[in-house]
Design a protein around this ligand. Structure first.
Ligand SMILES: Cc1cc2nc3c(=O)[nH]c(=O)nc-3n(C[C@H](O)[C@H](O)[C@H](O)COP(=O)(O)OP(=O)(O)OC[C@H]3O[C@@H](n4cnc5c(N)ncnc54)[C@H](O)[C@@H]3O)c2cc1C
Length: 460
């Protein structure tokens, strides 16, 4: 048997994406000896993680990483413009003088975070694909390190040991099931493309266009580039290879887009560089495995409609950093596990808010025809038009500035009741029984949407 090189660290981090880079930077800066393992250090080209909410920027500031937004051609985002047919409403980031959000190319931001992680003290960065978690021979539940292979030596696995291994290997996590056995569900698929020199109806704002069958997102991610994300319900999309996807874009999507967007959209479809990603939902699980912590999309996902994933991940890193500051010796496993249990509940003020909001809003925004959800969607548009706290609180929740699930539920049902009122006042008196039926149906559907999401969040 060949002799295997082994190394020892305080912490091993798997994956140098959003969560892993920030975590390595935070722990290395705090004096821990960190090994950061990433399977591919080249700039990624993905359609994910391109709009950072003001709440996420606040977390970056707390981590001393706000400079990572500089020099990457990031574009300020002042809030949202929601468009429904000829109807539109502007939702500025108005909660407690929130700063702007930021749009950028995901790859550029990741490279900026990776540069910061590499420059942090005590962080060793290695290109390697983690293959297994190593466990104690006397206690299989106790993770003591990882085995990994490198591109230059695929035959001989390397071993690394540490009292704590933090897995941040993203949405297709290989190691998720070691901690989180909850089911991953896919509600829809985002098809993404870059629109060059697109004329958005309200520059400087993210756009949500409510169309049939489900919403489209448009936001600027560079001086000349605007990201378009087209939601297609379910996990199957028309084939790109045989031209069905391009046909779908031209015949179904294009006519429903604002006219100013048409030229750049047509050019992007003709160029054909369309990418897709599943929109997944995964409730979080408590980290109870000795020596192991699951972070980021590996442990918790929500629909990306509200662009909340990076904000949740950065705040998780802030919480883990703060909780581990109370642990001198990471081999004090009881204390580490106690802190990880605290993490599960500490993160919920924000993560539950973002998770419930994203999935509930998707259910409303993907509504069409005569459905009860459409009553709620119409109610939501009219609610936003009331302005004041009917905008500032919901946008505070969405932007990750207001961490308050109770406020979310209050406003969600306020929208439902307002939707009922709008429905009841929409027709002549003789239609009242029918309108009443639709209004009550909408309230029942609101409860059916939100209560299961709340239940997921209340579990361990
Ligand atoms: C379509 C879409 C759009 C989105 N848009 C937004 C948005 O606008 N704003 C927002 O805040 N969030 C958005 N999100 C969510 C956001 O992208 C994620 O929440 C965030 O990227 C999660 O970060 P992470 O560190 O968990 O995973 P990632 O950033 O994906 O990082 C995982 C890393 O692990 C590495 N890795 C994987 N396996 C291994 C292994 N075995 N060994 C070594 N390395 C490994 C990968 O190469 C990768 O670098 C979007 C999600 C989707 C699906």
């Amino acid at each position: 048997m060949p002799s295997l090189p082994t190394v020892e660290f305080d912490v091993i981090i798997v994956g140098a994406g959003i969560a892993g880079t920030a975590m390595a930077h935070a722990l290395g800066t705090d004096g821990r000896k960190v090994l950061l393992l990433e399977r591919d250090w080249r700039e990624p080209d993905r359609i994910v993680g391109e709009l950072l909410q003001p709440g996420g920027i606040k977390a970056l500031e707390s981590l001393g990483l706000e400079k990572c937004l500089e020099g990457i051609d990031a574009i300020h985002c002042k809030g949202y413009n929601v468009i429904q047919d000829k109807n539109s409403v502007l939702l500025p980031y108005s909660y407690e003088n929130a700063k702007n959000g930021c749009g950028f190319h995901h790859g550029k931001f990741i490279m900026s975070l990776r540069t910061a992680a590499k420059a942090a003290p005590n962080v060793t960065c290695v290109e390697g694909t983690v293959k297994t978690l190593l466990t104690d021979k006397d206690d299989e539940s106790h993770v003591i390190g990882v085995s990994y292979s490198t591109k230059t030596d695929k035959e001989n696995d390397k071993l690394a040991y540490a009292p704590l291994t933090i897995v941040c290997d993203g949405c297709h996590s290989k190691f998720r099931k070691e901690v989180n056995k909850k089911q991953v569900t896919v509600s829809s698929t985002f098809v993404g493309m870059i629109l060059e020199d697109c004329k958005l109806p309200n520059p400087g704002h993210g756009h949500v266009v409510l169309v049939d069958p489900s919403p489209i997102l448009l936001y600027q991610i560079g001086t000349h580039d605007t990201r378009a994300l087209i939601d297609i319900p379910g996990s199957k999309i028309p084939s790109l290879a045989n031209g069905d996807l391009s046909k779908y874009m031209m015949e179904k999507v294009l006519p429903q887009l604002p006219e100013s967007v048409h030229p750049s959209f047509i050019a992007a479809v003709k160029k054909g560089n369309l990418k897709s990603m599943p929109n997944q939902h995964l409730p979080p699980a408590t980290n109870t495995r000795k020596g192991l912590l699951l972070l980021g999309d590996a442990n918790n996902m929500r629909h990306p409609l509200t662009g909340g994933g990076m904000t949740v991940a950065f705040w998780d890193v802030v919480h883990v950093r703060d909780l581990l500051r109370e642990v001198d010796d990471l081999e004090n496993y009881d204390l580490v596990q106690k802190q990880m249990k605290s993490l599960h509940w500490r993160r919920k003020q924000l993560s539950s808010t973002v998770n419930i909001l994203a999935n509930a809003l998707y259910a409303l925004f993907a509504a069409g025809g005569d459905s009860f959800e459409k009553v709620l969607q119409d109610g939501c548009m009219e609610y936003f038009k009331l302005g004041g706290i009917c905008v500032s609180t919901p946008i505070g929740l969405l932007s990750g500035m207001l961490h308050d699930p109770k406020a979310l539920i209050t406003h969600f049902f306020a929208v439902a009741f307002y939707g009922m009122y709008i429905q009841m006042t929409r027709g002549p008196l003789y239609l009242l029984p029918y309108l009443l039926f639709r209004a009550i149906g909408a309230l029942v559907v609101a409860a059916i949407i939100v209560f299961p999401l709340m239940m997921f969040e209340l579990q361990n």
